[in-house]
Design a protein around this ligand. Structure first.
Ligand code: NAD
Length: 359
């Protein structure tokens, strides 16, 4: 028997097709009547349609959200919040837009409705990463957890095929690391396995037909489960490596996750046989690390960090940064092994699960 603590996070989830139509109702459920719609410049038009839908309960659109939640952007948005006497934010978009909603909530206490259009999972987490003067800091507080999340499958149909694949594998990464988290519990493990399976069966279908409704529905359902895993338990080596590669080498978020995941799992494999078995079962293969590598190829994702501009010379510095303050990890994080892991990810060679070295 394995003792555990299960800490359920409070959030209301509305899932389906056409659920955006319930937005006004959800706003009323929160007791709000002056919503500011948040988006990136690329999704400005979509945000304007959401504002229309809100009628007299919408006060404007703020469409300057960008990657990594810069504090400068948040400060500007806060001025708009004040000028328009906003009492709720509605974030429509991916992790970048939802991050802005969280940053506003942290400073104002305003309730949030998140409407995710990627599979990154931020909407289900009490985690906020912000950048100031080029430095990214991450904090965990319930103050930033969105009160309501509306998943509308229709809104994901425009997410381009390759981006869907990498965003989906980004979500899988949360579930993979949840399965060997120090604070994992049976409920999160169920969600993780189901989330990986739903994404693994749907992403290759989406790669061939981005408008396939059943596959899109499966993928969004999987993304919800995987986001819940990220919000509930601690992450390990894989997330630390991606944090390093994004923060210090400016590599793109979802693609980096997609490339690194099979190698991080191969590294941890000897220390986590039970997680390997569950991930393999969810993927429908014997070798979970190789299965994740193959999934990346099936969705047309880049296979090597070199394709993102990460050079052989960068491996040394990345190893040094990633091993400086490692997150807890089921296997010891030692420089030689991490150097090899990053070299393999840099070149994109097929991963091989390591043996020995458990903690
Ligand atoms: P993103 O939000 O940066 O979106 C990428 C681009 O795709 C943007 O231009 C966006 O407007 C566009 N886009 C989004 N949905 C679309 C759709 N359906 N159709 C067409 N275009 C669409 O990408 P992301 O991967 O969702 O988020 C990455 C960011 O989120 C990173 O900064 C990451 O650190 C953060 N994140 C945070 C958490 C957390 O828990 N705090 C979790 C995951 C990711």
């Amino acid at each position: 028997m394995q003792p555990f603590v299960y800490d359920g996070l409070p959030s209301r989830v509305v899932f389906g097709q056409g659920t955006l139509a319930q937005l006004r109702q959800e706003l009323e459920h929160l007791g709000c009547s002056r919503a500011l719609v948040l988006a990136t410049p690329q999704q400005h038009e979509q945000a304007s349609r959401v504002l229309e839908l809100l009628g007299d309960k919408g006060v404007g659109v703020y469409a300057d959200a960008v990657m990594h939640t810069p504090v400068e952007v948040t400060k500007h948005a806060l001025q708009v919040v004040k000028e328009l006497s906003v009492d709720c934010t509605v974030a429509i978009g991916g992790g970048s837009t939802i991050g802005l909603g969280k940053a506003i909530a942290l400073r104002t206490g305003l309730p949030q409705i998140a409407i995710p259009t990627t599979y990154a999972g931020s909407e289900m987490t009490p985690i906020l990463g912000e950048t100031s003067d080029g430095i990214k800091t991450t904090q965990r507080t319930l103050d930033v957890l969105p009160e309501t999340v509306i998943y509308d499958v229709d809104l994901t149909l425009t997410l381009p095929a390759v981006m869907s694949g990498t965003s989906g594998i980004n979500a899988i990464a949360h579930a993979v690391e949840a399965l060997y988290a120090r604070d994992c519990n049976p409920v999160i493990a169920l969600m993780a396995e189901e989330g990986i399976a739903a994404l693994a069966r749907s992403l290759p279908v989406i790669a061939n037909d981005p408008t396939h409704i059943e596959a899109r529905s499966d993928a969004l359902y999987g993304a919800w489960l995987c986001g819940t895993c990220l919000g509930s338990v601690g992450m390990s080596l894989h997330h630390k490596l991606c944090h390093t590669l994004g923060g210090s080498f400016n590599l793109p978020h979802a693609e980096t996750h997609t490339i690194v995941l099979p190698y991080a799992l191969a590294y941890n494999a000897p220390a986590v046989p039970e997680a390997m078995a569950r991930i393999g079962r969810a993927l429908g293969c014997d070798d979970a690390a190789a299965g994740l590598y193959d999934l990346g190829r099936a969705v047309g994702a880049p296979s090597a960090l070199s394709e993102l501009g990460f050079s052989v010379e960068d491996v040394e510095r990345a190893t040094e940064i990633a091993t400086r303050n490692p997150y807890w990890n089921p296997r010891d994080v030692e420089a030689k092994g991490i150097h090899r892991l990053l070299s393999d990810a840099q070149s994109g060679k097929r991963p091989q699960a390591e043996s020995g070295g458990g903690q």
